[in-house]
Design a protein around this ligand. Sequence first.
Ligand SMILES: [Zn+2]
Ligand SMILES: [Zn+2]
Length: 455
Amino acid sequence: MEVDGPHTNSSELTFLEGFRATFYVVTPSETYFEKMSEVPNYITAAIPHFFILISLEMMILYQKGNELRINDKITSIGAGMYSQVLELAGLKSIEFTLYVYIYNHYRVYEMEWNSIWTWIFMALAYDCLYYWFHRLAHEVNILWNTHQTHHSSEDYVLTTALRQSAFQTYASFSFYLPAALLIPPSSFMVHRQLNLLYQFWIHTELVDSLGPLEYILNTPSHHRVHHGRNPYCIDKNYAAVLIIWDRMFGTFQPEKKDEKVVYGLVHPIDTFDSNAIQVSHYMSFWKRLQQHETIGNKLRFIFCGPGWSPGTPRLGNPEDLPKIVYPVKVYNPDVSDWLSAYTMLHFLVAVSIFSQATFLHSSLPTSAIISSSIFILSSLTCFGYLFDKRPFALFTELSRCVLSSSFMIMYFFDVSKNMRIPEIILAAVIGLFLLSAVMWIVRMLSSADSKRKSL
Ligand SMILES: [Zn+2]
Ligand SMILES: [Zn+2]
């Protein structure tokens, strides 16, 4: 049997099916597909559920008196969009392309695509292979480059789940290729998506314990430990769906009730810049690699844990971990409420364009995919600059507003038709950008004026 190449979407899911898929609550028979082109895009179908659950969590946290930290949430959702935009542009299909190639040419046995045993085997195999990739992503410095983005949030909320590295696929894909010797690509494609989706809801502090399920499943409590930078949390609980792998391979750590978990990187990155969150560790990795003088130490630096230094064990000395200073201060430059509201409004526009581009992906011309990708990535970059209070943030945001509105005016009917945006809505969006541009010009002139007066 020859298998067709990777596709993104073909069939429709109901609202309830999309919701159940977000929790891996599906039956084998409803997730059997002979061809990859028949496999639904469960991730796209989950997007509305993400936003419903994120809004619910925000309302509950707000009622409990927690600060909402719009900056952190927009940055986390933005990292998820960043990662998906590269997928839209076709840069990530390497994983499926290679899987299909190996299955077509080198499979040693052909498991049936519509058998419950194939379904169970793939679910377990994917989860176990994920555990090993995830463990090595923490224990091997060069792989940590591709994963540290996910740990850069200092909050532990549902949006943290979306803070994904755009480049992790390039490191993780090879871990799943052994499955191609046996299992049809359609089954791999189903479980790859469901496994990833399951990991969404466990990123919350609102769920305490799930009782006996804590023995088998990865839960919010177990995954809180994984995101902690308290010394007892380091290099623990790598599971995706089943916590059994951590219990089997000696990395399980239950949450301590008498020590609050402090979240984020051991060395916090202190920025909301989307690009820095994705790539800054690569740059510091390269810089630190140059500092090691011998080939042996260079190799150890690459393949030992990120905490390794000459003379320490493979994963570094636990005593060298920076002590947590109480009360814990998270990175949170003080921006005015109006700027938060402004960024939120423009972020919603970017999310709408992103959603349209994702849902309509297969019918969009390449030019529309490229222009919406540029719009989304540049918007995320400018929002980060605003939240970081960079000195040039006013200028970059003004440029974004001017260039975006000019593009939408020039290609008004194409944008409206391709992205299926009603003309009246598109006109309102252009109005918002023009109004914003005028506001930034007034602010720049008034700040220049006040600087002149203070001289
Ligand atoms: Zn991790
Ligand atoms: Zn996580």
